[in-house]
Design a protein around this ligand. Structure first.
Ligand code: IVH
Length: 677
């Protein structure tokens, strides 16, 4: 038998060789050795690792089979937020985008890159010291889930980077399921009597959320990359250089790329992409157009949501023909009565469609949709299909006209048209269906995030008369919950715990969860950041509300009115009495000692970089990815490379970790704050 040292050497050699063949196979579609020869290498590695378990590392190709299940996902803050893109739907809108870019840069010719918009799940992957460190989902753009265990199982993804590229950098891309792999997987699920996945994107999202990575390892996940969050010590000055770097790093990138310098060339590129995208192995829902040079990108900047230097162009969704079997009425959170068409199931853009929203009764009348009609449907925003038009030539005379309901189908209250006379509503705030929708929203992940309280349990609670509003939830105990059907002791215990914990949720979640008309997550967050507490927000006059950035008259009026309605005031008081959090917690705003300073972090530190960055931010500083004349401090750990050099050249003050904590201490002036608690 080999000695441990010999084994270590051979294992390293094998890992390098296997990674190289993987790279050739997955990136360049080339094979230097036969499948059998590859298997011999892999088997030798497996055997050596079995004989020397202490030599198994996370970056070994043998680790792609997944590991033991985990309890839940850790949340990771993105060092650079993951933004989204603005959408355009016509060539004219695309030309308008290009004109804005030309105007912004003050010149005619601007080099752009056009690439496919992959319809998958966004991911940010960080390599440190050449090894895959973590993979984090987009989440809310600021904080995402650490799904490294699952992403690690992606066959084409190198766990270790080759030499000659930065060993520490962060790449952004899209995880997807190839069309072929998805179809095969669904067939197998059918055979196993398991439920089919609706479409590749849902299947991808569901797979990334698996707590057991062995499940992910069995599913055909793949990934393409389209950008960098942190270039490490690489000098890149344009998107095209990013693509080159990705290639060198063995990371799969977009299969089709165009360069265009004029509006005409852009239009030609998106048309050509539309022709070719059907042959791509993954689903695409559009093109992404990016200004190439980073200098130009910086000059154009970004809005709070999306960069001004890039835009998505969405292709016309695919259409299908089917028959309307019936029309049901759905009661929404605001009492809106929405007609929904039940359809003869039909396959459309990757999934089987059984119903379509009809929006409202005016639309039914305008389009003259009748039960029994043959209709053309398409996926609006690719999720909920909509009826585009009726095939009147196929009518037989048997079709039935759809009449708007006079009463709410659930509680029988007379239905009312809203001010704009479009939406028909059930005006009864105690309508059981409205109450259910409102509670479902309150407990949902984006709001109070009360796990174990899904649609079904909420339904049971309302039907049993146990809960009528959010405050009633906090009166529930083991005893009352035991009355529910199909609820075991364990799930009841979990539910009580989740409810107790939800009292600590940030007040913006509560405000969002209350379902105030026009107040989405972003508005709720902004409002609470501005006013600091629910009480301050409740007391605010319309003009105070308007002082808050991004809050317009519609939101301001709605918020103002909501807090002045007696029944809402009473609800808030009961929520307060139940111990919910009304005050925005001060985020360890330990001090302002770094206010006005810009930091760059480099090298290996005793804590993850994100934590150090968070520490800097909590003391009022900004963190940037690259050293420039604007950099105030470089925080340098062990083995700092080119950034340290550049900082020295520019005369930027360099601090090591102890120097950094020394400065933090000065700012805190003896106040103890638990930064990482
Ligand atoms: S660039 C600042 N390029 O589309 C955002 N995104 O709607 C830069 N996506 O979150 C994104 N293919 O998940 C970019 N070639 C591509 C893309 C792409 C798909 C996704 C990505 C992003 C979303 C924006």
């Amino acid at each position: 038998m080999m000695t441990s040292a010999e084994a270590a050497l051979r294992i390293e050699g094998l890992k390098g060789e296997i990674e190289r063949h993987n790279r050739l196979y997955y990136q360049e579609a080339r094979q230097e050795i036969s499948d059998q020869a590859f298997d011999v290498l892999l088997r030798e590695l497996i055997e050596l690792e079995e004989a020397h378990p202490d030599l198994v590392t996370a970056d070994s190709p043998t680790q792609k089979v997944g590991g033991a299940p985990i309890e839940g996902f850790t949340q990771v803050r993105h060092a650079v937020p993951m933004m989204s893109l603005d959408n355009t739907y016509s060539e004219a809108e695309l030309e308008a985008f290009f004109q804005r870019v030309q105007k912004g840069l003050g010149r005619e010719v601007v080099e752009c890159v056009v690439e496919p918009k992959v319809d998958g799940v966004a991911i940010s992957i960080r390599y440190e010291g050449g090894v895959l460190k973590h993979a984090v989902t987009r989440g809310d753009g600021q904080v995402g889930d650490d799904v490294t265990m699952n992403v690690r199982t992606i066959k084409s993804l190198p766990l270790r980077l080759p030499a000659g590229v930065p060993q520490t950098f962060e790449v952004r891309g899209e995880v997807f399921m190839p069309k072929a792999g998805f179809a095969k997987m669904n067939e197998e699920r059918d055979e196993a009597g398991e439920a089919r996945f609706a479409n590749p994107r849902n299947a991808t999202a569901g797979t990334l959320k698996q707590l057991d990575s062995r499940i992910a390892a069995k599913r055909p996940l793949d990934v393409v990359f389209y950008g960098l969050a942190d270039a490490g010590d690489a000098e890149v000055g344009a998107h095209s250089e990013v693509l080159e770097l990705l290639g060198k790093a063995g990371l799969r990138k977009a299969d089709l790329v165009w360069r265009a310098e004029t509006a005409e060339a852009l239009v030609l590129a998106i048309r050509e992409l539309d022709e070719k995208r059907k042959a791509l192995p993954y689903e695409t829902d559009g093109a992404v157009i990016k200004v190439n040079a980073f200098g130009d990108q910086r000059e154009l900047g970004a809005t709070s949501k999306a960069p001004r230097w890039a835009i998505a162009y969405k292709y016309q969704p695919e259409q299908a023909e089917t028959q309307v079997l019936a029309v049901d009425i759905q009661v929404g959170r605001t009492g809106a009565l929405t007609p929904v068409a039940r359809l003869e199931p039909v396959f459309l853009s990757g999934s089987t469609v059984g119903n379509a929203t009809l929006h409202n009764f005016e639309e039914i009348e305008r389009k003259d949709i009748r039960v029994g009609d043959w209709v053309v449907i398409e996926k609006a925003g690719e999720i909920i299909p909509a009826v585009v038009m009726v095939k009147k030539e196929r009518r037989t005379g048997e079709e039935r006209v759809i009449v708007p309901p006079v009463c709410c189908p659930v509680c029988g209250t007379e239905a009312k048209k809203d001010e704009e006379l479009v939406v028909l509503r059930c005006p009864n705030p105690d309508c059981p269906e409205v109450v259910k929708r409102r509670l479902e929203h309150y407990v949902s992940r984006g709001a109070m995030d009360i796990r174990g309280l899904g649609e079904q349990v909420v339904g049971q609670l309302v039907d049993a008369g146990l809960v009528r509003d959010a405050a009633d939830l906090y009166q529930l105990d083991e005893l009352s919950l035991a009355r529910l059907e199909r609820q075991g002791a364990k799930s009841i215990e979990n539910l009580v715990k989740a409810l107790r914990e939800s009292r600590e949720q940030a007040p913006w979640r509560l405000v969002f969860g209350l379902g105030i008309l026009h107040v989405g997550v972003t508005a709720a967050r902004t409002l609470l950041e501005f006013f600091g507490s629910i009480d301050q927000l409740a007391a605010a006059e319309v003009e105070d509300l308007l002082k808050c950035e991004d809050v317009g008259v519609v939101v301001a009026a709605s918020v103002h009115a909501w807090f002045r309605e007696e029944r809402n005031v009473a609800l808030l008081e009961r929520l307060r009495a139940a111990g919910l959090t009304f005050e925005q917690r001060k985020v360890a705003a330990a001090s302002e000692v770094f206010a006005g300073t810009t930091w760059v972090i480099t090298g290996t530190l005793s804590r993850p970089r994100e934590e150090m960055a968070e520490a800097i931010r909590s003391h009022g500083g900004k963190v940037s990815g690259s050293v420039s004349a604007k950099t105030t401090y470089l925080l340098a750990g062990e083995e700092a490379g080119s950034k340290l050099e550049k900082a020295r050249k520019l005369g930027v003050e360099v601090l090591d970790e102890s120097g950094f904590w020394g400065k933090v201490g000065e700012g805190e002036k003896g106040i103890k704050t638990d930064l990482f608690g």
